[in-house]
Design a protein around this ligand. Sequence first.
Ligand code: GDP
Ligand code: IMO
Ligand code: MG
Length: 435
Amino acid sequence: MGGQWGDEGKGKVVDLIAPSFDLVARYQGGHNAGHTVKFGEKHFALRLVPSGICRPGMLNVIGNGLVIDPRALLQEMDHLRASGVTVEDNLKVSDRAHVILPTHALLDGAREKALAGANIGTTSRGIGPCYETKANRTGLRIADLVDGDRFRALARPILEHHGALLKHFYGVEGTPVDETLETYAACGRTLARFVTDTSVFVNTRLSQGARLLCEGAQGVMLDVDHGTYPFVTSSSCASGGACTGLGIPPSCIGAVVAVMKAYATRVGSGPFPTELNDTLGERIRTRGNEFGTVTGRPRRVGWFDAVVARTSARISGIDALALTKLDVLDEVDAVQIAVAYEIDGRTVTEIPARADFYERARPVYRTFPGWKTSTFGIDVFEALPEKARSYVMALEEIVGANVALLSTGPKREQTVIRPGTALDEWLRTAAGQTA
Ligand code: GDP
Ligand code: IMO
Ligand code: MG
């Protein structure tokens, strides 16, 4: 799971460690996610399909906790196939996942526009409105989509209702109802053979001894309960979401890998105490290529925030910390970590519930000397410059978690797996079991 505001490098980490597992499953979110997987000359930006898909023989599951725009899913599957990735019997889609309708996306956009300066900065993919219809129990699920007649009958009044809302409240045209129904019914026919009760599927495999890797989307700070509400997404991104989003009991969760960048980024609005609104922030953005995978928006950039990291650890657990993009800080003179905040003259070590209070947080920093040497592609901890090692070890101490995986570049091999850490032992055991 992501331990910050998303885009921590979950796609890279999931793809990297996937071979030690039998199944990879997404449990929440939708095509607001953009998970990058790079190896050799290949480059994938995955949206709905789990990042295990690039590993031959891996089973990939899209769980009930997701919201799916069937057009986006089919397009992604086509792109994967065109790049030589098999997407057939190795992908299962939950019959209980909810369907994003075109009007969900229109409502998302219209609401954001109406909020003007106070908008969330959503990805405009209809994620929030779809989770809303799920919660108010008028949503349509994949099981409904694959039965064309049932879908047409159930979706028509929803599309008409959304259309009226869009027209009369926001002054926006809805979608042509008949055309939309036919497009979706066709998508349902194509998707049908991938659809199953994924809770039964996953639990059956688990009972046979299979190893499951759950892939979070977004990050704990975007979790609808635990994030910087209301500047969050509409699902449960924290590790707890894996149980409801896949239909597995909590006792199935053996360990949690939190993925965090060696600094921090955020896309969209909302509090970000360590944000760098200066030329240094600009340099880090350029070097880290911090532009949204989904929307292309420049990501806001700031220092690593240990208050955020400790909050993630408390809510989601951290058995292993995967720290990414260390190389992006290679040219920085001095590196900072926020260890606390000052809010209205008081020192605070927990995130306030109210976004307006959190907006006033001023970070209390610890400063570390920059290493000013390339770490790009280094795959052994001892080969890192001493100052980079010191930064990582200080971060571990401040957060209270071990950095078990350190990423020094976007590709698989540009990674340090620290010997003797929980992740290392666990990957070795898994490799042994598979062998
Ligand atoms: P996700 O949403 O958490 O999967 O992350 P994204 O894929 O949206 O964003 C992470 C970006 O950083 C991608 O472009 C990755 O290719 C890239 N990346 C991941 N790890 C590293 C790293 O260690 N160094 C560098 N330079 N890039 C990385
Ligand atoms: P991955 O999985 C970064 C952000 C949006 C916005 C807020 C709500 O690639 O880490 P939404 O469209 O979900 O209603 O938008 O959440 N957001 C992300 N930020 N990475 C993501 O996904 C995100 N998915 C949503 O920018 O601020
Ligand atoms: Mg992303």
